[in-house]
Design a protein around this ligand. Structure first.
Ligand SMILES: Cc1cc2nc3c(=O)[nH]c(=O)nc-3n(C[C@H](O)[C@H](O)[C@H](O)COP(=O)(O)OP(=O)(O)OC[C@H]3O[C@@H](n4cnc5c(N)ncnc54)[C@H](O)[C@@H]3O)c2cc1C
Length: 484
């Protein structure tokens, strides 16, 4: 098979064949508007596709994958295209077929009894949250992109978000999966079983695999009792260590009612205030760190405010907290969460962002944040270093924002980004962490994986990839990249 860009005749034939599988209305040819599907959310990667297809169901996904496998065409699964590391963008060869899962958007079943929901991969995360709420249950995965990301993408990236502290990452929410393998075989492990010790837990292979081992077409997911009461505070902290001290204290008093702890550095909130309209910041921004604390409970009438106020009162006296607001209404709580949910949008508008997703053991989290900030500024004094993250998960996102006029794209920023990455990777490795907690490796981070991940681990990943996808057609070049 030639690796040259397909010519017009070849492309027309391909489009006609794919149209025969899914219908012409669901194939976007190269001379049609493919832009939304071949450029990533951050606008860093610009690929080309022989075609973008939108199959209607699992059988059509399998048919397209089989078709592509037979012709040696690369397949790039794509959900909402909100990923942070270019993993859903085709390369520039023009020989990839992007498979969008949008039309696989049915809720197949939901059971309040079994606390589970079975959904197709193209369901928007928010739609799943709403379907769970309709039967008085909670699907806890929550992140800023929930109005546009799809559950298939969440599973493929093992997404985290703001509720991991209490409910775990996507991996912990998956009961079963239906997957189309690279040869078109459909693997159905959709049973919503709570226990299963029948051999290897194959579904977990596909969680966090970023579409390199197969296409998730449906998932059975865990639901939880729906919280009926909540209390939300935003507090100012004199140092990041105070966030961890507060977490320990709150866990001792309110236990697992502690649902979210989201930290933002002052610089991060300033970026949001500068670039996102309609965000109300309730502080004068004099402290170095701010923390959102949310408590929830499923029992109507439970008083969460009293223990929250008591904990904050004690924290004030000990100097752990220097200022605080407690949301008085649902609208105020929404406004406080809006600050947190605006970090990605605000940062994107602030300049060229070199962003990181490291996770380190909790006891090293504060040291990590301090060391990385100091060392990035030593290496690249013109960078604006801001941070936000999931206190309690050990996951602080460090963002080095560069002047967009000087660094308009990945090419010009590459040498500076490499210096910043080296600092972050070095600290991550030294403090016992890994470079991606929740965003994945994709293209952006694949060159860095080997700095922090053991060679034996990477070698095993390559063997698994080779076993499941011997022709290397399933989202090629993502996560592992070419062998050195
Ligand atoms: C404003 C904003 C806030 C965000 N906040 C967070 C956050 O707090 N936590 C977090 O973890 N992430 C966050 N993200 C990143 C992103 O939303 C997540 O990575 C999300 O899980 C990606 O879902 P998607 O449907 O957009 O996937 P895409 O971007 O389309 O794809 C991501 C990867 O999944 C693969 N994929 C997609 N669908 C399938 C499928 N059905 N089968 C197999 N592979 C598939 C793709 O090939 C690619 O490798 C945020 C993004 C934005 C824009």
């Amino acid at each position: 098979m030639s690796l040259a860009m397909p010519d017009a005749t070849e492309t027309a034939a391909l489009v006609a064949d794919l149209a025969g599988l899914v219908g012409r209305a669901y194939v976007t040819a190269p001379d049609e508007d493919q832009e939304p599907y071949v450029v990533d959310w951050r606008g860093r990667y610009h690929g080309r596709a022989a075609a973008v297809v939108k199959p209607a169901d699992t059988a059509e996904v399998a048919a397209v994958v089989r078709f592509c496998a037979a012709r040696g065409l690369a397949v790039v699964p794509q959900g909402g295209n909100t990923g942070m590391c270019g993993a859903a963008t085709p390369d520039g060869s023009g020989r990839s077929v992007v498979i969008r899962l949008d039309r696989l958007n049915r809720i197949r079943s939901v059971s309040a009894l079994a606390n589970s929901i079975t959904v197709e991969a193209g369901c928007i995360l928010q739609a799943i949250q709403e379907a769970a709420a309709a039967v008085d249950r909670l699907f806890p995965l929550s992140l800023g992109a929930e109005g546009s990301c799809q559950i298939g993408g969440n599973i493929a990236t093992n997404a985290g978000g703001t509720a991991v502290l209490r409910y775990g990452t996507t991996r912990e929410l998956v009961l079963g999966l239906e997957v189309v393998l690279p040869d078109g075989t459909v693997l159905n492990r959709l049973q919503a079983l709570r226990k299963n010790s029948s051999g290897y837990d194959l579904k977990q292979l596909f969680v966090g695999a970023e579409g390199t081992l197969g296409i998730v077409t449906a998932a059975s997911l865990k639901l939880f009792p729906r919280p009926r009461v909540s209390a939300l505070a935003m507090v100012a902290l004199p140092e990041i260590e105070a966030a961890l001290a507060l977490m320990e204290r709150l866990r001792g008093t309110v236990g697992d009612r502690l649902a979210s702890l989201e930290a933002m550095s002052r610089g991060q909130i300033e970026v949001i205030a500068e670039h996102v309209p309609d965000v109300a910041i309730p502080f004068a921004l004099e402290a170095p760190w701010y923390l959102l604390i949310e408590l929830t409970d499923t029992l109507e009438g439970t008083d969460l405010r009293t223990p929250l106020e008591a904990a904050l009162g004690e924290a004030f006296e000990e100097g752990l907290v220097t200022d605080a607001v407690i949301a008085e209404s649902g609208a105020q709580a929404h406004a406080l969460w809006k600050i947190r949910h605006s970090v990605s949008e605000g940062s994107k508008r602030a300049g060229y962002v070199v962003s990181h997703d490291s996770v380190v053991p909790l006891e090293n989290q504060a040291l990590f944040a301090r060391n990385v900030e100091r060392r990035i500024l030593e290496a690249v004094p013109e960078a604006r270093v801001v941070m936000h993250g999931h206190i309690g998960d050990g996951n602080i996102h460090v963002l080095a924002i560069l002047d967009a006029a000087r660094f308009p794209d990945a090419g010009t920023a590459a040498p500076v980004a490499a210096r910043i990455n080296a600092v972050v990777d070095d600290e991550t490795a030294a403090l016992g962490g890994v470079i991606s907690a929740e965003h994945g490796i994709g293209i952006s981070n694949r060159g860095r994986l080997g700095r922090v991940t053991a060679p034996a681990e990477i070698a095993l990943m390559r063997r698994i990839k080779g076993l499941l996808d011997p022709a290397g057609t399933m989202n090629p070049g993502k996560v592992l990249g070419p062998e050195a």
